[in-house]
Design a protein around this ligand. Structure first.
Ligand code: SF4
Ligand code: SF4
Length: 450
């Protein structure tokens, strides 16, 4: 058997044994079509979800995994316990909404739906952590959660720092003007028009992602625009129980995009992508334009145009060895597992190796569901555990013939979500400063498409 084959077989793809008994289809106990607001009632307290919950692995508190939270919900609904704000808030918000519990639940409870319902209900009762109240006000006022001015959204793409973004922004301004003046109608446009929805985090905090994305689209020869009037997608509001306030953003963004006659919307942010994919259609029906994350869009265009990809900083003989952290919002939320792997395997000069826990059994980075904002230390501890696994992955790889490449300072942890990247990077800066953590777009930016 080849070394390549041996390495593939050593990769564990199903996670802990106890979970893989059921994951991921849960055929044995699921009653198809069962769905009520009280889905938590069906919890049988089997505890499978406790084995995979990263919060529980840090706090060891019964209220911090799905089964324990279901017990609280049952007790509340039967009025066996009082709704005590101080006690209940941590049981609601100390959860990343990563969906790992949903993957392993043998009963098939949609735990993300249960927990988001729970959050929405308590917010309607007027209970909201102070930090989330500030975030809500900023989104409603400034259209971003960072207390930044709405007019500063495109400061990252002036003609010197990112010419490709600047030109796309100008195209967006011009198209908006023509459509609003009646000079052009969306139905008049016969080309396949791509819009890049940048999102708040890449606009205000991590513009290396938005800059890289614009450069990649330009290199691929894609005609695209930016949206001068883009608002926050509402992801953080849906996750934190503020759905009633998010609906106005859903309606606004959908109309704003449709009005310009865009055929396909591309995202570099996994959170925006999953919100458009899973939440938007619930409120506005069919969107009328396609949705693609960059890790789907790039391999699609490369195949359509018959291109190849070469990473310019390394060679086929001396590749950069990378491993991939599946973001919850791309993977468990939207089922995007194959395309990023296909993409990484297309790149000459890069060698992709799986981590032990991957795809639907990937471990959460600790950033989602408001945990990063509300419980920073828990979030970073969870991210550190994920880094330990990355290093373990390299140690394992070290045993085989890739040892030489790895010892040449090649190990890099890659993700396709800005929140995962930021949280893992923060943990790395504290505990493993030699481990680079980057977004996949950073590698693509240094690629040739030919
Ligand atoms: S969604 Fe993730 S963090 Fe929340 S209870 Fe489930 S496994 Fe734990
Ligand atoms: S895996 Fe499902 S049924 Fe079992 S304890 Fe967790 S939520 Fe309840």
């Amino acid at each position: 058997m080849s070394d390549e084959k041996i390495r593939e077989e050593k990769v564990v793809t199903t996670g802990p044994t106890v979970s893989s008994m059921f994951a991921p289809d849960q055929e044995n106990l699921v009653d198809p079509g069962y769905k009520t607001d009280n889905d938590f009632e069906r919890c049988i307290q089997c505890g499978y979800c406790r084995n995979v919950c990263r919060v529980y692995s840090i706090t060891f508190s019964e209220r911090d995994y799905a089964g324990g939270r279901n017990r609280i919900l049952k007790a509340l609904s039967k009025k066996e316990i009082d709704f005590d704000k101080e006690e209940i808030i941590p049981s609601i918000y100390q959860c990343m909404l990563c969906g790992h519990c949903r993957t392993v639940c043998p009963v098939g409870i949609d735990l993300l739906e249960v927990f988001q319902n729970y959050r929405r209900t308590v917010v309607r009762k007027g209970v909201l952590p102070e930090k989330l109240g500030i975030l809500k006000n900023s989104i409603l006022t400034n259209k971003n959660p960072f207390l930044e001015s709405g007019t500063d959204r495109y400061n990252w793409c002036d003609s010197e720092t990112c010419k490709e973004g600047y030109d796309a922004y100008q195209r967006g301004v011009e198209r908006t003007r023509k459509i609003e003046s009646g000079e052009l109608k969306p139905s008049d446009i016969d080309e396949h028009l791509v819009g890049y929805f940048v999102g708040c985090t890449s606009s205000y905090r991590n513009n290396e992602l938005s800059t890289a994305t614009c450069r990649i689209l330009e290199k691929l020869g894609v005609k695209f625009i930016l949206f001068p009037d883009e608002y926050c997608c509402g992801s953080v509001m849906f996750r934190t129980g503020l759905e009633d306030d998010a609906v106005q953003l859903v309606k606004y963004n959908t109309e704003m995009i449709k009005k310009l006659g865009v055929n396909e919307l591309v995202f570099s942010c996994a959170g925006c992508f999953s919100t458009f994919t899973t939440e938007y259609p619930q409120f506005v029906g069919e969107l009328g334009f396609e949705l693609s994350h960059l890790v789907q869009f790039v391999p699609k265009i490369v195949k359509q145009k018959g291109l190849k990809i070469r990473y310019t900083k390394r060679t086929k003989e001396d590749p950069m060895i990378i491993t991939y952290h599946d973001p919850c919002h791309l993977g468990r939320y939207c089922g995007v597992y194959d395309e990023p792997r296909e993409l990484m395997n297309m790149i000459e000069g890069v060698k992709f190796i799986e981590m032990k826990h991957n795809r639907e059994m990937s471990l959460c980075c600790g950033a989602g569901g408001g945990v990063r904002a509300l419980y920073g230390e828990i979030s970073v501890n969870i991210a550190s555990n994920r880094l330990d696994e990355t290093v373990a992955c390299w140690e394992d790889i070290n045993e085989d013939r890739l040892k030489e490449a790895i010892e040449s300072d090649a190990e890099v942890l890659v993700s396709a979500c800005v929140f995962c990247k930021n949280n893992l990077h923060l943990a790395a800066s504290r505990t493993k400063p030699d481990l680079p953590v980057i977004d996949l777009s950073m590698i693509l930016e240094d690629c040739e498409f030919y």
